[in-house]
Design a protein around this ligand. Structure first.
Ligand SMILES: *Cc1c(COP(=O)(O)O)cnc(C)c1O
Length: 390
């Protein structure tokens, strides 16, 4: 008999009642070190006092009015994002997929308004992940996502990542945009090289097409910069953000330049819940904290330490681990054993890690994790690896 919850997930038989910073606590009081952060969502850890305060204060005042009226928290958060990024304008939704989907809508609308409606196609990378709607599984194109869900949405072309000639060759008179994750997340924590991102930007400029970045997982301080593309010194035309921006409250955003969003006039897009006062109260507090240059600098410092320790861990268990990769506090360990086996062993040491593609174990701790907690994480993973007895 099917469970009341549709069985689309393989869940660990584990439930948490409470969270404190980087720790999740079960009903019986067992404490787990959270190096997954709810898939890069709890960016400031669990029950961060400032976020709790922001949510409580708003909850006592007003929950929802719809976008038929001005929403002051939304205006405040939009201004903060505009001030701290390439963007001139922001649309808020409730999830990542809504943000990537809107990115594609904006790109197509741009060409519609420029009277080149044949420019519909968005070029994406093999192994990418942009969400689970029909259009976004079509965008990623991998069989794992699409099987049985056909007919897929037309208008997406996948190319191998890192191959600039393939990118150049894929552009034709029907191309509207490229859409890429600066660090592929679900695909196995694969940072795109700065040089590759720069060349993509150059191709876009040369052909006048748009560059969409999906920073849903790698954005909001995760790599030690507010947005991952800052490392490459480039700017997109459109960017999708979600996960960490709400610190655990559902919130997504699509950021764009004035030029790219020129066609997004009244009535072209909408969302009932998007930019809700509760979500934006929390989001504004998250952005305030994460955009602080000192906080970002500190993330880079702790991330450097973590990486060094992980390199040593990998070197100490060459039969279990292959390599460390990633950026900032978005790290992946490619395994030589099935990643799920290591994750199970890690669970026994009470540390939460997440599987990703390419047999990678993802480490996405809250951005507030201390050096002592990072050392603790490495110790637990070391014990987990030793317990696997190879
Ligand atoms: C998680 C994720 C998405 C989808 O976000 P949802 O909030 O699950 O809809 C899209 N792109 C990337 C890169 C992601 O990591």
């Amino acid at each position: 008999m099917i469970a009341p919850i549709m069985p689309t997930y393989i869940r660990a038989d584990l439930a948490f009642e409470k969270g404190e910073g980087c720790w999740l606590i079960t009903g019986s009081g067992e404490r787990y070190l959270d190096c997954g952060a709810g898939i890069a969502v709890a960016s400031l850890g669990h029950a961060h006092p400032q976020l709790v305060e922001a949510l409580k204060t708003q909850a006592e005042k007003l929950w929802h009015t719809s976008n038929l009226y001005r929403v002051s928290n939304q205006e405040r958060l939009a201004s903060m994002l505009v001030e701290n990024s390439f963007a001139d304008t922001v649309f808020f939704g409730n999830s990542g997929t809504e943000a990537t989907e809107l990115s594609v809508k904006i790109a197509r609308r741009y060409w519609h308004c420029k009277e080149q409606p044949e420019r519909k196609n968005v070029i994406t990378l093999e192994g990418a992940f942009h969400g689970r709607t029909i259009a976004m599984i079509s965008a990623a194109g991998s069989e794992k996502l699409t099987e049985g869900f056909e007919p897929l949405a037309p208008g997406f072309v996948q190319i191998p990542r890192g191959d600039i000639d393939a990118a150049e060759a894929a552009v034709d008179e029907n191309t509207a945009a490229f859409m890429v994750e600066p660090v592929l997340g679900e695909g196995g924590i694969v940072p795109l090289e700065d040089r590759y991102l720069k060349l993509l930007r150059e191709i876009c400029d040369r052909h006048g097409i748009l560059l969409i970045l999906d920073e849903i997982q790698c954005g909001m301080g995760r790599t030690g910069r507010l947005f991952a593309h800052e490392w490459a010194g480039i700017e997109p035309d459109i960017m999708a953000v979600a996960k960490g921006i709400g610190g655990g409250f559902p919130l997504g955003a699509c950021l764009a330049t004035e030029r790219a969003a020129a066609g997004m006039t009244a009535g072209t897009h909408g969302s009932t819940f998007g930019g809700n006062p509760l979500a934006c109260a929390v989001g504004a507090r998250v952005v305030e904290i994460v955009s602080d240059p000192d906080f970002l600098q500190d993330i880079r410092k702790r991330a450097g330490y973590f990486r060094q320790r992980l390199e040593a861990l990998v070197a100490g268990h060459p039969d279990i681990f292959d390599e460390v990769r990633g950026a900032g506090l978005m790290l992946g360990i490619k395994c030589r054993v099935p990643n799920s086996e290591f994750i199970q062993a890690a669970l026994k040491q009470k540390i939460l890690t997440i599987a990703a593609g390419d047999n990678v174990v993802r480490l996405l701790p809250p951005l507030i994790i201390s050096q002592e907690e990072l050392a603790d994480a490495v110790m637990r993973m070391d014990r987990a690896a030793s317990s696997m007895g190879t």
